[in-house]
Write a protein that binds this ligand. Structure first.
Ligand code: AMP
Length: 401
C-alpha cells in the first residue's frame, strides 16, 4: 500500500516533526567530512518551510552512551551546516523533547527550523517505550514525517513510538521525499519487476547476504555472483581458491544455494588474482576454480565481465549489491567498472536500475556512474533488508495514501 507523502500534507502554520538521518561522518576535530545526508533531507525540509510550516528535526549521530549530553556526538555542527545549506538561521535545542525543545518549538516562527539534540543522548530512544521521552517528542508538533531511510529498519522511539503516539491523537504521519523514493525503488520495483530481472551480488562474504541471495533467487531471472563471496561457491564446487578470502564454515550453505539456484545462479568463469594485496604484486587471470597456491582472487576476470555485461544489458530491472572485486585498488576495479558500465547502458535503454547502499553505492559514485543509474540507495543495512523482502514497521505505520 503506498504511503501518504509530505507533498499531500498542508503544513501551513503547522509544526512538523521530521525524523531525518543526519548521522554524518566527521573528522577528529568534529568537522563534517561528507554532508550528503544533510543535503538529501533538504527537499523535505524546504517543502515544509516554503509552504509556511515550521520544521523540527531530530536525528541520531554516532553511538553515544545514552546517559545525556556528550560533546563529541552533538548535532551542533550539523545544525550549523544545515543553516549554510538552507541560507537561513537554524536553531539548536539542548535537549530532545525536554524543556528547551518545548520552549524553542513554541517560539519558532513560520518558516523556522529547529534541530533537537542527538536522540541517542536519551536511554528512552533505544528502549523505545519510555513514555515521558516519547510524549515529550510527540507533543512538540502537529504532524510527523519519516525521512530517515538509513534508520527505517530500526524501531527506536523516534522511528516508531513517537509517530504511533502522534497518530493516536489524530495527527498525520507521512513519508518524506527521500523515504518515498527509496521505498518506491527498493520495494515496489522489486515487487513488480520489468523482466528479465537481474541481480548482481558481490562483496566480501556469503554469510552477510544469505537472506538476500535466497530472496532474490526466488524472484529474479538471473543472479550474478562476484566479489570474494564467489570463492566460497567455487570451493564448494571443489575448485582451488589459493589464499583467497573464503568462508570454510559456509561450504554447505553455498552448496545448498547452488542446488537451489540451478542455472539462475551465475558464477564467474575467470578470476583476476595476485600474489599480494598490492598494486605492485604479480598478477594473472586464471580460469575460475584454478587459483594457484600463494595467489588470491581480487576481481572477476575479463571473460566474466563480458558475460555479465551481456546479461545486464538485456535486463528490464537490475539490482546490485556489493562490488565485483577490490575496487579500491586498481587494476582490481576493472570488473566493478565493467559491470557499472553495463548497468549504465541498461539504464539508457530503459531498464530500472537500483544500486544498494553501502560499498556498492560508494563504488558507483567513485567510478562516476551515480548519475547514470535509476537509483542509488542511501541506506546500507536498510537497503539490504528491503532486498531480503522484509517490510519495515517504521514505514508500515505511516498513513496510507
Ligand atoms: P561488502 O561490504 O560485503 O559489500 O564488501 C565490500 C568489500 O568487499 C569491498 O571493500 C571490497 O574491497 C571487498 N572485496 C570485494 N571483492 C573482494 C575480493 N575478491 N577479495 C577481498 N575483498 C574483496
Amino acid at each position: 500500500m503506498p504511503k501518504k507523502t509530505i507533498a499531500a500534507l498542508d503544513p501551513t502554520g503547522q509544526a512538523v516533526l521530521v525524523r531525518v538521518d543526519f548521522n554524518v561522518p566527521q573528522d577528529d576535530s568534529g568537522a563534517i567530512t561528507d554532508d550528503r545526508r544533510i543535503r538529501m533531507a533538504l527537499p523535505t525540509i524546504q517543502s515544509i518551510i516554503e509552504r509556511g510550516g515550521k520544521a523540527i528535526l531530530m536525528s541520531h549521530l554516532g553511538r553515544p552512551g545514552g546517559n545525556g549530553f556528550e560533546a563529541a556526538f552533538s548535532l551542533a555542527p550539523v545544525a550549523a551546516r544545515l543553516g549554510e545549506l538552507l541560507g537561513r538561521p537554524v536553531q539548536l535545542a539542548t535537549d530532545t523533547g525536554g524543556p528547551d525543545s518545548q520552549a524553542k518549538a513554541a517560539a519558532l516562527p513560520t518558516g523556522g527550523v529547529l534541530v533537537l539534540e542527538n536522540v541517542r543522548f536519551n536511554k528512552g530512544e533505544k528502549k523505545g517505550d519510555d513514555e515521558a521521552y516519547v510524549n515529550g517528542l510527540a507533543s512538540l508538533a502537529d504532524a510527523y514525517v519519516n525521512d530517515a531511510f538509513g534508520t527505517c529498519h530500526r524501531t527506536e522511539a523516534s522511528m516508531y513510538a513517537v509517530p504511533a503516539t502522534m497518530k493516536q491523537s489524530g495527527k498525520p504521519a507521512v513519508t518524506g521525499f527521500l523515504v518515498e523514493k527509496e521505498v518506491r525503488y527498493l520495494a515496489d520495483a522489486v515487487a513488480h519487476p520489468k523482466r528479465p530481472f537481474v541481480a548482481i551480488l558481490g562483496g566480501k562474504k556469503v554469510s552477510d547476504k544469505i537472506a538476500v541471495i535466497e530472496n532474490l533467487l526466488s524472484i529474479c531471472d538471473h543472479v550474478l555472483i562476484g566479489g570474494a563471496m564467489a570463492y566460497t561457491f567455487s570451493l564448494a564446487k571443489g575448485g582451488k581458491t589459493g589464499k583467497s578470502l573464503v568462508e570454510p564454515d559456509k561450504l554447505e550453505l553455498a552448496a545448498s544455494l547452488l542446488a537451489k539456484g540451478g542455472s539462475k545462479l551465475v558464477l564467474p568463469v575467470d578470476t583476476h588474482c595476485a600474489d599480494d594485496f598490492s598494486a605492485t604484486a604479480a598478477k594473472q587471470v586464471v580460469p575460475a576454480g584454478q587459483i594457484p597456491d600463494g595467489f588470491e582472487g581480487l576481481d572477476i576476470g575479463p571473460e566474466t565481465a563480458s558475460r555479465y555485461g551481456a546479461i545486464i544489458r538485456s535486463a528490464g530491472t537490475v539490482v546490485w549489491n556489493g562490488p565485483m572485486g577490490v575496487f579500491e585498488l586498481p587494476p582490481f576495479d576493472a570488473g566493478t567498472k565493467a559491470v557499472a558500465d553495463a548497468v549504465a547502458d541498461a539504464t539508457a535503454q530503459g531498464a530500472v536500475t537500483i544500486i544498494g547502499g553501502g560499498d556498492s553505492a560508494a563504488a558507483v559514485e567513485q567510478l562516476g556512474y551515480a548519475e547514470k543509474v535509476s537509483h542509488v540507495s542511501t541506506g546500507g543495512g536498510a537497503s539490504l533488508e528491503m532486498l531480503e523482502g522484509k517490510s519495515f514497521a517504521s514505514v508500515a505505520l505511516l498513513d496510507d495514501a
